[in-house]
Design a protein. Structure first.
Length: 76
């Protein structure tokens, strides 16, 4: 008899926005020094797959883009 090991992880995005067209976008905010990290990129790929499978879009933005007008891109 074999044993199947299953990993279970919960995922909680930083933000979940509903756009004017009633579609949703999952948003993760990372520091600029983290964006190119291989672990962060792997998590981004996984979260993007979750978003697509759920009929949503996914965006990762740098912390500097949260200030000012940078976050408006999320709603286009």
């Amino acid at each position: 008899m074999s044993t199947l090991l299953v990993a279970y992880h919960s995922y909680y995005p930083d933000f979940l926005f509903r756009k004017e067209d009633d579609s949703y976008v999952i948003v993760e905010v990372k520091g600029e020094h983290q964006i190119d990290d291989p672990v962060v990129q792997a998590k981004k790929d996984f979260a993007s797959q979750i978003a697509i499978a759920s009929g949503m879009s996914y965006k990762m933005i740098g912390g500097k883009d949260v200030t000012g007008d940078g976050y408006y891109e999320l709603f286009k």
